[in-house]
Design a protein around this ligand. Structure first.
Ligand code: ZN
Length: 187
């Protein structure tokens, strides 16, 4: 549900990321550098401006990884997403994707923009406001660095693509919130 105020002046959305998830993405990015890699973000929204990442799924054994592109192992990812969904009592769901830009800009490419728009239209993803996170960047000496940047795409907003404010936190923080808010826990 969106109020008029949200449509005209959207508040900044905060993306909570456990340090373990950040480490996992950086490790994966470093491991496949100079090729790109990526995967899936799982978690939950607590309100329209707070999104919490609980799990990161990697690209999988049959992913295609090249310097200018990445295509995930969809079969592997579907199994991992289903496992994490079940083990979280159906609380941790698909939030969006992440991928690396080895030695590249921390900015969405034209393909990235097309992809996030398509995900927001794709009903089966059950993801009205997808998140896209990039890991990458380049140091002055040309070597890869692994900074983070993230965006969300909301069709209901005038400015559909917005940068997210990322907050790195402890795994305990996201687990505590999910234990509190677990929708099937009490009834
Ligand atoms: Zn990209």
């Amino acid at each position: 549900m969106s109020s008029m105020r949200e449509l005209t002046s959207p508040a900044t959305t905060v993306l909570w990321l456990p340090a373990t998830a950040v480490d996992a993405m950086r490790h994966e990015a470093q491991q496949h550098e100079p090729s790109a890699t990526g995967g899936i973000l799982l978690g939950y929204w607590t309100d329209t401006t707070t999104v919490v990442v609980t799990d990161v799924v990697d690209g999988g054994p049959n992913a295609r990884r090249e310097p200018d592109g990445f295509a995930p192992d969809a079969e592997y990812q579907a199994v991992r997403v289903a496992e994490l969904y079940d083990s979280s009592n159906r609380f941790h769901t698909y939030l969006g994707d992440w991928h690396s830009h080895p030695r590249g800009l921390l900015a969405l490419s034209r393909t990235d923009r097309r992809t996030i728009r398509r995900i927001s239209r794709f009903a089966a993803a059950r993801c009205a406001v997808p998140v896209m996170l990039l890991v990458g960047g380049r140091a002055a000496d040309g070597t890869a660095v692994w900074d983070l940047a993230a965006w969300s795409f909301d069709r209901t907003r005038e400015r559909r693509l917005s940068p997210l404010l990322t907050h790195v936190c402890r795994q305990d923080d996201v687990s505590a919130v999910s234990a509190d808010r677990r929708p099937h826990g009490t009834s």
